[in-house]
Design a protein around this ligand. Structure first.
Ligand code: CP
Ligand code: NVA
Length: 308
């Protein structure tokens, strides 16, 4: 049984195999109507619980559709409607759910909730985002980069803005997939030093460059995310905007990257804040391929978790 809790906790060979399977499974479905089941039905007879303690469009729909395409069934649960949101312990919730379902995906606030769930479940658990990381997103991003511009190994990724949960999983991926990453944002919002050190220890370059224009020089991929994440207090909004405005991704900034550099954003985006419409809708943007690839990458993750 394999939990998919974080990219740095997953064996690099397994991560690579998942990406390859995601590429293959995507190709196999090309042109089929969305509701058509896959030729292979590896999740036939399997029940998957999808728990959301925060809002979601992509994660919710891509997991639900992905399970169904592979022949499984889903239960989409809102944390606040469960006893979990009313005082039942996470450990007991894990033990109970393990009697009903074969796989659990959870989007939650504290990482400790995810870890306690995984520790007490007798079925695999997938991290669908915590305050600290968002590994499924980065699996889709690696798949997207590679289908446009080939192997990501040795490439330069530039993260612009907040050193948040999505940035953290990108840093983990740098170590596991072997690419360099430059973080460009204000010091107050730096990614966790522990994550940077761990990636560096795997032999990749993780740099911090406060000057946005310098940071994107030679970039193969520029990535942005919201300036205010779901777990950030609304009271921090103005301060964050002031700190992050110099890191907005706009056409002028993209011109400092390589000519064939891609632009990514996990979405939802705040257009004209962290990124301009010109970049979002421009020729370098692959944001909707990224969104689509959540489906394919997570199907591969679920197969790995279940060993099917
Ligand atoms: N990118 C992402 O996880 O989107 P949702 O919040 O819509 O699931
Ligand atoms: N950093 C964002 C990602 C949303 C998918 C958040 O946590 O709100």
């Amino acid at each position: 049984m394999n939990h998919f809790l974080d990219i740095h906790k997953t064996d690099p060979a397994d991560l690579r195999a998942m990406i390859e399977q995601a590429h293959t499974m995507k190709k196999a479905r090309a042109g089929l109507p969305k509701g058509t089941l896959d030729a292979e039905q590896p999740l036939a007879g399997q029940m998957v619980a999808l728990i959301f303690e925060k809002p979601s469009t992509r994660t919710r729909v891509s997991f639900d559709v992905g399970v169904r395409q592979m022949g499984g069934q889903t239960l989409v649960l809102s944390g606040s409607d469960m006893q979990l949101g009313h005082g039942e312990s996470i450990a007991d919730t894990a033990r109970v759910l393990s009697r009903y379902v074969d796989l659990i995906m959870i989007r939650t606030f504290e990482e400790s909730t995810l870890l306690e769930l995984a520790e007490n479940a007798s079925v695999p658990v997938i991290n669908g985002l915590t305050n600290r990381t968002h590994p499924c997103q980065i699996m889709a991003d690696i798949q997207t980069f590679e289908e446009h511009n080939g192997p990501i190994k040795g490439k330069k990724v530039v993260w612009m803005g907040d050193g948040n949960n999505v940035a953290a999983s990108f840093i983990h991926a740098a170590g596991q997939f072997g690419f360099d990453l430059t973080f460009s944002g204000p010091e107050q919002l730096d990614p966790e030093a522990e994550f940077i050190a761990a990636a560096r220890a795997k032999g990749v370059k993780i740099e911090i460059e406060r000057d946005a224009e310098k940071a994107v020089e030679g970039a193969d991929l520029v990535v942005a995310d919201t300036w205010v994440s779901m777990h950030d207090p609304q009271s921090a909004r103005q301060r964050r905007h002031n700190l992050l405005y110099p890191y907005q991704v706009n056409k002028g900034l993209m011109q400092n990257a390589k000519n064939d550099a891609l632009f990514m954003h996990c979405l939802p985006a705040h257009r004209e804040e962290e990124v301009t419409n010109e970049v979002m809708d421009g020729p370098q943007s692959v944001i909707f391929d990224e969104a689509e690839n959540r489906l394919h990458a997570q199907k591969a993750v679920m197969r790995w978790c279940l060993g099917v």
